[in-house]
Ligand binder design. Structure first.
Ligand SMILES: *Cc1c(COP(=O)(O)O)cnc(C)c1O
Length: 383
């Protein structure tokens, strides 16, 4: 079956009791058992461990990513955390992409470091730098590609090969491209991590996360954390995310077409200093983007002439685009990473990895590209 068919039908079937075509929201804490001997005969005991609505979403995501099993979480950050808790102990070391979601960086430096885990924030776009960073106690390689917010790419197959050679699991944060455009497990990664908040839901309705594992053994490790720490997704969120997934390929295709049109337009705009979008020939890693993904995604960043002041002014006066965190939704959003999503990353670290002060991040939505471009032009005329 092809992706667009699978995104609608995988993991779900009509409710056996009523025939309801949508998997119901099983809003329940517990499940009555037939007898002591028949404990868990229907697969459920308590909704912190598993819930039928959540299980349906987990089954769908497993098929979409081509994995062995999936666990879903209350947020993308709890999905990231489940991976880290599953593989890292005191005294261990992990290699993380130096450009990554701000919350991932904060989780490592402000929380997990307190428990005696050491991190190297490496330029994972350079496989040799990753190889050189591996130590005897390295137990996890966690990459994000394209990375938030600079869109730097990591060669998933190259890093997975190093990870395999060294016997270290490789987890990829696949939030930006989704399995429709990029399937890390097919490229050799062990785990594909998502903030389902973004393209999977796609409607700015929920926060959630998922970890798709390449094998049952890896899944058991993260599933143990999901239950033991109580990070499972709620049935209502799973229900809404199930509906979002049904249009994922259509939305992200149209959103990336819009992103391409906007990136090309901005590239020739006199008030724009630089534009980065993996689909542009001018993008340094354009070839890698073509090779490892089936599309370029809908995140664009650019720098306005006039630096921080001009960037802020643009965001304050722009129409149609909402000044908001989040990304991947049908509504177009505009963000200033330095003061918003990445404010917890120290200025020196931001400068080191290229999160410059004037960077404007666009999450291109599903509106007509002509309207989005006109709104950008009107705002640029005012800065
Ligand atoms: C948003 C995001 C996260 C965190 O997800 P939440 O649902 O906000 O907790 C992790 N990784 C990436 C790449 C993200 O964009």
């Amino acid at each position: 079956m092809h992706f667009t068919t699978k995104q609608i039908h995988a993991g779900v079937s009509p409710d056996p009791v009523t025939g309801s075509i949508l998997t119901p929201i099983y809003q329940t804490t517990t499940y009555v058992q037939e007898s002591v001997d028949q404990y868990m005969a229907k697969g459920f005991s308590y909704s912190r461990s598993a819930n039928p609505t959540v299980s349906a979403l987990e089954a769908k995501l497993t098929e979409l990513e081509g994995g062995a099993a999936t666990t879903c979480y209350g947020t993308g950050m709890s999905a990231v955390q489940a991976v880290m808790l599953a593989f890292l102990n005191a005294g261990d070391h992990a290699i993380i992409s130096d450009v990554a979601y701000g919350g991932t960086y904060r989780l490592c430096t402000k929380i997990l470091s307190r428990f005696g885990v050491e991190f190297t924030f490496a330029d994972t776009s350079n496989p040799e730098e990753v190889r050189a960073a591996v130590r005897d106690n390295t137990r996890l390689i966690f990459t994000e590609t394209p990375a938030n917010p600079t869109l730097k790419l990591t060669d998933i197959a190259a890093i997975s090969a190093i990870a395999k050679e060294k016997g270290i699991p490789h987890a990829v944060d696949n939030t930006f491209l989704t399995p429709y455009f990029q399937r890390p497990l097919e490229l050799g990664a062990d785990l594909s991590v998502h903030s389902t908040t973004k393209y999977m839901d796609g409607h700015n309705a929920t926060v959630g996360g998922a970890v798709v594992a390449a094998t049952k053994e890896l899944d058991e490790k993260v599933r143990f954390i999901q239950n033991a720490t109580g990070m499972i997704m709620s049935p209502m969120v799973a229900f809404l995310t199930l509906q979002g997934c049904k249009t994922l390929s259509l939305r992200i295709t149209r959103q990336s077409d819009n992103a391409m049109a906007i990136a090309r337009h901005l590239e020739s705009h006199p008030k724009v200093k630089q534009v980065r979008y993996p689909g542009l020939e001018s993008f340094a890693q354009h070839e890698l983007a073509r090779r490892q993904a089936d599309g370029y995604g809908a995140m664009v960043w650019f720098e306005v002439e006039g630096g921080m002041q001009a960037g802020k002014k643009l965001m304050d006066c722009i129409e149609l685009w909402s000044l908001a965190e989040n990304l991947g939704s049908v509504e177009s959003l505009i963000t200033h990473p330095v003061t918003m999503t990445h404010s917890d990353v120290e200025p020196e670290e931001r400068a080191r990895v290229g999160i410059i002060d004037g960077l404007v991040r666009l999450s291109v939505g599903l509106e007509d590209s002509e309207d989005l471009i006109k709104a950008l032009d009107d705002a640029l005329a005012q800065v």
